[in-house]
Design a protein around this ligand. Structure first.
Ligand code: ZN
Length: 385
């Protein structure tokens, strides 16, 4: 089927959006532009929630509710995030044929303005072509790049949809339904400082204790759905001082919550045991090594079943257009992780963004068109009898 997407229009909107600075917590200006777009496209209501106040940003999540022309079709959520990563100010997009790049000094911000542009374009096509559709909740989130904060604080009470599509990954034609949850780990091992040459027997080396713990630890690939890594280590103050502090940072990821908890506990227990074994008597007083251990949830896992309505709908859209859509897992987190955890059923469709979070970021407009075609057909089928 010929594309119903206007390639020049979606390209031009993307070029306009990436030129509007919108670092995390500073999405106001782009939200104002999108508010105008949503009103022009006939949204029944456009408003911001209070997520901006909660995270110290200059705007909340922007929400636009569109009535369905098939009112009893199930409402569908379409979401993308407005914020971009650094260096992301003063983006000067360069168009080479259908490929958009930067001048090499900033990211492009196709992550996730490609998703934003796709949503705007399909809303326009639905309206202009009079394509029947159900109610649509368009959501443009803030602070995705800051620990998915916009999605965490999204005011769900104002949404009608309980399932839908997030547009926030690279390959068009891929629908991401599974992602690991992750814990960030911060470890501080405290030893006892002493002069390394004059009185080493009075010291406890935090570095050596940490080494004892790490040497016996299961790290790297734990099993087919779990990984662990200690990625940063810092400690000590001079080569002639027995170090009294070493700080280690790492992460655990797993598709399975119990394994995530078990591996995090394994790391903690290894440090705790090493610290426990180490003490020194100084002038009749026993001084012990000490452990500080913090594990914090970085993001939640997600697992949308293959037989869920939203996955089946996107697959049907691909078939209907003659495009292959592959359901797969991904290694990172996005707003969909949070929304699924909060009781919605949301899968993540690729948009064509490439080499994201680098100054080499680029995007082929044809990929964006492909993704928009699939999304448009998804929304159409959602309201088809
Ligand atoms: Zn993103």
């Amino acid at each position: 089927m010929a594309s119903r997407i206007d390639k020049a229009r979606i390209r031009d909107l993307l070029l306009e959006l990436v030129r509007i600075d919108s670092l995390s917590r500073r999405e106001r200006e782009v939200s104002v532009r999108l508010e105008r777009e949503m009103k022009e496209l006939g949204a029944a209501a456009v408003f911001r929630d209070d997520a901006g106040d909660k995270v110290g940003g200059d705007t909340g999540n922007l929400i636009a509710l569109f009535d369905g022309t098939v009112p009893d079709a199930p409402p569908i959520l379409l979401a993308a995030h407005m914020d971009t990563v650094v260096p992301g100010e003063g983006v000067k997009p360069i168009l080479e044929g259908d490929v958009i790049r930067t001048d090499g000094t900033t990211v492009l911000g196709g992550d996730d303005k490609s998703g934003v542009a796709i949503i705007c374009e399909i809303l326009r096509v639905l309206r202009d072509r009079g394509i029947p559709h159900g109610p649509i909740d368009a959501v443009f989130t803030i602070c995705e790049e800051k620990g998915l904060l916009g999605a965490k604080h999204l005011d769900l009470s104002r949404l009608r949809a309980r399932s839908g599509v997030v547009l926030d990954s690279d390959s068009p034609g891929f629908l991401f339904t599974r992602a690991p949850g992750s814990n960030g780990v911060l470890v501080r091992v405290h030893g006892v400082e002493a002069h390394a040459g004059m009185a080493p027997e009075k010291g406890l080396s935090a570095i050596q204790i940490a080494a004892e713990a790490i040497a016996g630890m299961k790290l790297g690939r734990i099993d087919d759905e779990t990984t662990a890594n200690l990625g940063l280590i810092e400690g000590g103050s001079a080569i002639n001082i027995i170090p009294n502090l070493v700080e280690i940072r790492g992460e655990v990821r797993s598709h399975d919550e119990r394994k995530l908890a078990a591996e995090t506990e394994h790391i903690r227990a290894r440090f705790a045991a090493a610290v426990e074994r180490n003490a020194v008597a100084v002038e009749g007083k026993v001084r012990r090594a000490r452990l500080e251990f913090h594990a914090e949830r970085a993001y939640e896992s997600m697992n949308v079943p293959d037989d869920s309505a939203i996955v089946q709908l996107v697959l049907a859209a691909g078939r209907s257009l003659g495009h292959s859509v592959t359901v797969t897992g991904m290694g990172g987190g996005c707003d969909a992780n949070i929304l699924n955890r909060r009781g919605l059923q949301v899968a993540n469709l690729g948009t064509g963004m490439r080499e994201i979070h680098t100054v080499h970021e680029w995007l082929d407009v044809n990929d964006m068109v492909l993704s928009a075609d699939v999304l448009l057909e998804t929304v159409r089928l959602n309201a088809a009898p």
